[in-house]
Design a protein around this ligand. Structure first.
Ligand SMILES: C[S@@+](CC[C@H](N)C(=O)[O-])C[C@H]1O[C@@H](n2cnc3c(N)ncnc32)[C@H](O)[C@@H]1O
Length: 256
């Protein structure tokens, strides 16, 4: 079984390229009334509830971060330190530990791609949201990862590996609107924001390209020659100054 495509350090690093996407995702919660409750499901180390506490300081929101990984929740508590108005809960989002209609806003970033039963999750989100509450879902579209430096065959295999094998629900980004529609949400709107990396090292840091291509070799999804040629092509592009790769980040919002 391949290792997870994230850890605490990875989440800390990716803030550098996802900062803009994150900031825009918070704006959907401007309509939440003062003192309302906003929940971040699959909150990781809690960076988004911390950001929202800062941005919406005057609104006195109750911010709740929920994650099933005790290490993530522990880190969240450390980062939040004395921040008031933030609660972290250790739980599986398959059953959200909150009562019906208790949240005014629910946010999920890079979570849906990991859950085995996405429709069950969206049904839970619907249950917990107050009438007219807003849900915002941010997902990486692994299928859209593109390399512009030759070796398109291996590039295609990377897309297939990520979207069909490595990530549990690797096509989540393209299914979000359908999940929301199926579970009764309305006013479904989509925004797509690409990011572009221009250094090979950045692709290794933010996308773990080097680890992934090694995994694919171990799993016999590519052979030694494809592995070597792909890396050489990327490094050559990098040294010559034309390396680039991009990926779309999809944000879908809806109202209960
Ligand atoms: C890629 S990380 C994203 C973290 C955070 N949303 C962010 O954008 O920084 C995915 C997070 O979802 C959590 N997660 C995955 N499946 C979960 C589940 N069934 N219940 C609760 N949390 C889950 C993981 O522990 C991890 O912290």
């Amino acid at each position: 079984m391949a290792e997870k495509h994230y850890n605490i350090d990875y989440l800390t690093e990716t803030v550098k390229i996802l900062g803009g996407v994150k900031e825009r995702s918070y704006e959907y919660f401007r309509s939440v009334p003062d003192g309302g409750t906003i929940v971040d499901l699959g909150c990781g180390t809690g960076q988004d509830v911390l950001n929202m506490a800062r941005i919406f300081e005057g609104s006195h929101f109750n911010l709740i971060g929920i994650d099933h990984d005790p290490n993530m929740i522990k880190k969240g508590h450390e980062l939040a330190d004395t921040d008031t108005g933030i609660t972290f809960l250790l739980a599986d989002v398959a059953t959200i530990p909150l009562s019906d209609t208790s949240a005014n806003g629910i946010r999920m970033e890079r979570l849906v791609q990991h859950v085995p039963n996405p429709l069950g999750l969206f049904t839970e989100v619907y249950r917990v949201l107050h009438g007219d509450g807003v849900v915002v879902v941010v997902e990486s579209d692994w299928k859209s990862l593109s390399f512009y430096n030759g070796d398109l065959a291996v590039s295609d295999k990377i897309n297939d590996y990520l979207s069909a094998q490595k990530v549990n629900n690797g096509r989540a980004a393209q299914s979000l609107s359908t999940y929301l529609n199926t579970t009764g949400f309305r006013n479904i709107a989509i925004a797509v924001q690409p990011f572009v990396l221009t250094r090979y090292q950045d692709a290794c840091t933010y996308l773990w390209i080097d680890k992934m291509i090694d995994e694919m070799l171990t799993l016999h999804l590519i052979d030694e020659k494809e592995h070597k040629d792909f890396i050489e092509a990327q490094k050559h592009a990098d040294e010559t100054g034309y390396f680039s790769c991009s990926m779309n980040i999809v944000t879908v919002s809806a109202i209960k």
